[in-house]
Design a protein around this ligand. Sequence first.
Ligand SMILES: Cc1cc2nc3c(=O)[nH]c(=O)nc-3n(C[C@H](O)[C@H](O)[C@H](O)COP(=O)(O)O)c2cc1C
Length: 336
Amino acid sequence: MDLKTQFLGMTLKNPFVVGSSPLANTLDRVKKLEDAGAAALVLHSLFEEQIIHETQIPDFEDERYGKILAGGEGVLPAAEEFPNTSESYLKLIQDVKSQTEIPVIASLNGISEGVWIEYARLIEEAGADALELNLYTLPTHDDDSSHYVEKRLVEIVDVTRNSVSIPLSVKISSRHTSICNFAQRIEYAGANGLVVFNRVFSADFDFKKQKLTPKVLWSQPNDLLERLRWVSILYPQLKMDLAVTGGVHSGEGALKSVLCGAAVVQCVTHLMREGIDSLSTMIDEFTQLAEENGYSDLSEVRGSLSKLLQPDPEIIERANYLRILQGWSADGNEPS
Ligand SMILES: Cc1cc2nc3c(=O)[nH]c(=O)nc-3n(C[C@H](O)[C@H](O)[C@H](O)COP(=O)(O)O)c2cc1C
């Protein structure tokens, strides 16, 4: 069974990529991930806010962060709360490249044009094989139209693209009004890959302490369904490679992702909870299922399920919605 896949200009031995997280924060763990069969890994993000801290730009006038930095002690995490400094981040890239064979995708995470984007070039110089740009944001200003928000994000893709020559992927959220249009503009701005989707990490409200409590919530296998839907819809519309992240907890989930159009899956929760060795079990399950179903070459079957949402995904989604709602009988029995 040929598990090879093309992602961001690289030929990977299989579609299993370790998603951006602390999993690959040390060389020791990177080696374990490589031994467990990971085809590539995405490093933990280097964040815009962290770079703002480190560079301590005295006349920092960004509309959004300017206000926070001027009066908001404690709103943003302190510099020491980040697991890496930008210096140690670049060193980790160099170490992984010199001491392992595994392809390394670095991750930059930010939402406004600024000095942090210069780190794209430093990341390339440190030897990263590709760069993932994470545009995690939750727009809340009533004068930000969806068009304006997306325009701003696409401009960041554009600036980042022009800063590096290594392949660039962009990790987006599913909370955009018109995902296909947004994705296409990201592609026109020069991205080589799209990572669907960021999970939205919600804080809990502690009414006793009157404060917000950030929570790392693990993903659930059902989170995958939204990704499968969108990868199937996007696959025929885009030239850039697609990666699924969110809810891949099994070889079966990974196989479905590929059949819907993903070049790779990025796993985090399953590996953090079940341990790094669980990756090889997932790869085995994936291979067995693919062989049982007569797939000998992944590149031939990639995207084959996306036809289930054609010719008009919007109408088909509407039809599914109606069927799901009508499927419940008055006595509360689940649909068959
Ligand atoms: C503890 C933790 C740390 C993470 N850190 C990052 C990060 O630095 N940058 C990023 O783009 N995504 C980060 N993520 C999101 C993951 O890369 C991934 O997209 C998400 O967890 C969905 O995949 P999963 O269902 O396999 O967990 C993090 C997730 C977890 C659980």
